[in-house]
Ligand binder design. Structure first.
Ligand SMILES: NC(=O)c1ccc[n+]([C@@H]2O[C@H](COP(=O)([O-])OP(=O)(O)OC[C@H]3O[C@@H](n4cnc5c(N)ncnc54)[C@H](OP(=O)(O)O)[C@@H]3O)[C@@H](O)[C@H]2O)c1
Length: 302
């Protein structure tokens, strides 16, 4: 079973790895198929499920809600994370002409009310602002998040894809501090280690959530020299970690960062979900962690 982690001093308890649903509808699953994935996650100890209003062409939350409804009590065994704020032209919104962000208080509150209905629940454990919106005042966003937390509809509020300064600005207006910043982080995308994102979250004692921890599948693209080098390095050390796969070592590498990133698993395949969960038991030796860093970068440490 996966260990658990409290993601922030005032934040909820999450499973050490989270299941993500961005691609959940890609293989046109039935509600039963999604329900099976959720049960597998639960059996493995993956209890935290990451969603978003925009996923699946604005249809993912409702599909997840339908799958949850198939098993009475299932929802209460899970922590639900969802996000809002990205609006792209889509048949469900015929008057929308231009893709844009909107994280005004009114929009966030309306989105949570709609998400609660779609998910068939009375609360969302963590609600995230999906992306920073250059046109919304931070006071406006904070007013919405504060009202949602106060109402109990949202247990903890966080952000996604925020820079450290955007995070600090919004956090300064929060009645209860933000509980996470969900950012892209993998062996092929290390920016949060170097742009202050992870330093800030360690300062705040808040764990990041790491999206595309396998680089959206890019880790397996053998036409990419970095991915080739990583495959070679992973093969070199695999035996030491119980014949761990490249993907397991990549998750372990992400989780080893001292900010304790919580990776969001993106596969739709049951075997790959089960395999991913084993990564939580891998503790990489320091030299092996750096060996993967060097393989990814294609040069030695400075
Ligand atoms: N906050 C944000 O802005 C944001 C942005 C993107 C994603 N997210 C969240 O993060 C989650 C994960 O993102 P992601 O889907 O990009 O994660 P990912 O795990 O980096 O990529 C998943 C992709 O990799 C493929 N894959 C996984 N294991 C593989 C293997 N061993 N060999 C070959 N291909 C493999 C999967 O295909 P199969 O399904 O065939 O295994 C899938 O297409 C999303 O579901 C979402 O919840 C958040």
């Amino acid at each position: 079973m996966l260990p658990r982690t409290q993601i922030a001093p005032n934040g909820p308890s999450f499973s050490r790895m989270v299941y993500g649903t961005w691609r959940m509808l890609d293989d046109a699953p039935s509600a039963q198929d999604i329900n099976r994935r959720l049960h597998l996650c639960l059996d493995l100890g993956i209890t935290t499920i990451d969603s978003a209003e925009i996923y699946g062409g604005y249809a993912q939350e409702a599909a997840l809600g339908a799958a949850l409804a198939l098993t009475p009590g299932l929802r209460d065994k899970l922590e639900l994370v969802t996000k809002s704020g990205i609006y792209i032209p889509h048949p469900t919104a015929p008057n929308r002409r231009v893709a844009h962000y909107d994280v005004t208080a009114k929009r966030l509150i309306d989105c949570v009310d709609a998400a609660l209905k779609r998910l068939g629940t009375d609360r969302i454990e963590v609600f995230l602002v999906h992306r920073p919106d250059w046109l919304t005042r931070i006071d406006d966003t904070a007013e919405g998040l504060n009202a949602l937390v106060k109402s109990g509809k949202v247990c903890g509020a966080g952000v996604s894809n925020y820079s450290p300064s955007q995070y600090a600005a919004l956090n300064s207006r929060m009645d209860r501090p933000l509980v996470t910043n969900q950012v892209e982080f993998s062996l092929l995308h290390m920016d949060p280690m170097f742009d202050g994102t992870f330093d800030q979250l360690q300062t705040e004692r808040v764990q990041p959530m790491a999206w595309s921890a396998l680089a959206g599948g890019g880790l397996f693209d053998r036409t990419n020299p970095a991915a080739q080098r990583l495959a070679t390095e992973a093969a070199l050390i695999a035996a030491k970690y119980g014949d761990a796969s490249l993907e397991q070592l990549a998750y372990a590498w992400v989780m080893a960062h001292p900010s304790q990133p919580v990776p969001v698993i993106g596969t739709n395949r049951l075997d790959r979900i089960a395999s991913a969960a084993k990564a939580a038991a891998i503790t990489l030796d320091r030299e092996d962690w750096f060996g993967l860093w060097v393989a990814a970068k294609g040069h030695g440490i400075p």
